[in-house]
Design a protein around this ligand. Structure first.
Ligand SMILES: Nc1ncnc2c1ncn2[C@@H]1O[C@H](COP(=O)(O)OP(=O)(O)OP(=O)(O)O)[C@@H](O)[C@H]1O
Ligand SMILES: [Mg+2]
Length: 373
C-alpha cells in the first residue's frame, strides 16, 4: 500500500501543508529540528492513532493552536481511502474514513499500515520487557483491531483490580471481591496471550530468515514468548483459549496471598516478556551494540513481511535517522530488500544523500519544498 498524499494542519511545527508522495522512495531532507521526524510521526499516526514517540495527542497540537488535523490519501490493492484524524483540546479525537465519522479507534485501525524504524528501536532489544511488549502491540493493533479492544479492556480491568489490591493491601478485608476481578482480567488477558503466541509463531521464522541473511549465516535469532512466569512447566504455546484461561486463573488464585502483600497484580500479559536470543544467548544481556542493532533491523523487516502475509500487501516503511546508524553492509541489505516493493520514507540531514529514484522533500522550519530528483 501507499500513502499518496498527506494534509497537515497545526501538527507539531507544521502550520498547513499538503504533500504528494512518491510511490517508492521519499527522502525527507533537512537540518536538525526542522520537522522531519514530525512528518513521520504524522504519517505513523494514521496507522496507530497515537504518537510513536509516546507523546500525548495534546502535545502534538501546534503550540498556541486549539487542534490538529491530518488527512492521508491511501492507496491499497482494493482501492483508495481518505483517512482523517484530528484532535481538538475540547472535543477530543475525530476519526474518519472516506468522510464518514468513526467513533472508536478500533474502527479505523487497519486502513493504513506502517512500520517505523528508528534508532530507539534498539530499546526493543536492550530495555526491559515493556519495550518488547510495545513492539508487539504496536504491530498487532494495526493487523487485528479486536486485539486493540482487548488491550484497552485489559488495561481498564487491571487498573481497577490494582486499585482494589492497593486498598486492601495487607488486610483480609474485601479479599473475597478479588476473584471477580481476576475472572474478568483472565477473560481479556487470555485473548491477548493467545494472540501474541499466534503472532510469534508467524513472526519468528520471518525474523530468523532475515537475520540469517543480514549476518551471512553467522547468527541465529530466536524469539520466545514467556507468559505468566511459568518457566516451562506449562506449555502455553499451542494451548487453547480455555486452557490459557484456566492456567491464568489458577496462577492468580495460587498467588492471592503474595498479591495481597504486594498490593499489585503480579501475573498477566502486562508482565510477560519476549525473549530474544542470538545464537542461543540472551541478546539483551550479552549481545554487542552492533548485534543488537542487527536484531532490531531483523525484527522490523520481519514485521513488514508479517503484514504482507496477513493482508496481502506491504505496509509503508518509515526510517527515522536510521541510515546514519547502520554500517554499509546493513544499509545495502536494507536498500536491496526494500527495492521497489515497499514505499519508504527516509529522514536525513545529509544534503548529499544519493538516491537513484524517488522524491526529495526538503523541510525547513515546518515548511515543505518539494523537489523532484
Ligand atoms: N507541539 C509543537 N508545536 C510546535 N513545535 C513543536 C511541537 N512539538 C515539537 N515542535 C518542534 O518541532 C521541531 C522539529 O522537530 P523534529 O523532531 O521533527 O525535528 P527533526 O527535523 O526530525 O530534527 P533531527 O534531525 O534533530 O531529528 C522541534 O524543534 C520542536 O521544538
Ligand atoms: Mg528527527
Amino acid at each position: 500500500m501507499h500513502i499518496l498524499s498527506l494534509f497537515l494542519k497545526n501538527f507539531r511545527n507544521y502550520d498547513e501543508e499538503k504533500i504528494e508522495f512518491h510511490p517508492h522512495v521519499n527522502i525527507l531532507m533537512g537540518m536538525n529540528a526542522q520537522g522531519k521526524s514530525n512528518l513521520l510521526e504524522a504519517i505513523h499516526y494514521l496507522s496507530i492513532f497515537s504518537s510513536f514517540r509516546n507523546a500525548k495527542d495534546r502535545e502534538m497540537i501546534k503550540w498556541g493552536q486549539p487542534y490538529f488535523f491530518l488527512e492521508g490519501k491511501i492507496l491499497r490493492n482494493n482501492g483508495e481511502y481518505l483517512l482523517s484524524a484530528g484532535y481538538h483540546e475540547e472535543n477530543k479525537k475525530i476519526l474518519k474514513v472516506n468522510g464518514s465519522q468513526r467513533k472508536k479507534i478500533k474502527d479505523v485501525l487497519g486502513v493504513f499500515n506502517s512500520v517505523l524504524f528508528s534508532p530507539e528501536d534498539l530499546n526493543i532489544i536492550k530495555n526491559g520487557p515493556s519495550a518488547r511488549r510495545r513492539y508487539l502491540d504496536q504491530e498487532m493493533i494495526q493487523l487485528f483491531p479486536s486485539y486493540y479492544y482487548s488491550l484497552i479492556q485489559y488495561q481498564r480491568i487491571l487498573g481497577q483490580r490494582n486499585n482494589l489490591l492497593k486498598e486492601i493491601r495487607g488486610s483480609k478485608n474485601k479479599l473475597e471481591l478479588l476473584p471477580v476481578w481476576s475472572q474478568q482480567l483472565v477473560n481479556q488477558g487470555s485473548m491477548i496471550i493467545k494472540k501474541r503466541f499466534e503472532v510469534l509463531q508467524k513472526l519468528t521464522p520471518l525474523a530468523r530468515l532475515t537475520h540469517r541473511k543480514i549476518t551471512n549465516g553467522a547468527e541465529e535469532l530466536d524469539l520466545d514468548y514467556h507468559s505468566l512466569e511459568l518457566k516451562g512447566e506449562e506449555n502455553l504455546k499451542t494451548a487453547s483459549l480455555d486452557k490459557i484461561k484456566n492456567i491464568f486463573f489458577s496462577q492468580l488464585d495460587n498467588n492471592l496471598v503474595l498479591e495481597n502483600q504486594r498490593g499489585i497484580t503480579l501475573f498477566g500479559p502486562h508482565r510477560d516478556d519476549l525473549k530474544i536470543m542470538i545464537n542461543g544467548i540472551d541478546a539483551r544481556k550479552f549481545a554487542s551494540q552492533g548485534q543488537q542493532r542487527t536484531a532490531a533491523l531483523s525484527l522490523k523487516i520481519a514485521e513488514l513481511e508479517l503484514v504482507k502475509s496477513e493482508i496481502g500487501e506491504y505496509p509503508v516503511l518509515l526510517l527515522d535517522d536510521v541510515m546514519s546508524e547502520l554500517d554499509q553492509n546493513r544499509k545495502n541489505h536494507l536498500m536491496q530488500y526494500i527495492g521497489n516493493k515497499v514505499q519508504t520514507f527516509i529522514t536525513t540531514t545529509d544534503f548529499d544523500f544519493k538516491q537513484k529514484e524517488g522524491n526529495i522533500i526538503q523541510i525547513s522550519r515546518g515548511k515543505i519544498e518539494n523537489k523532484k530528483n
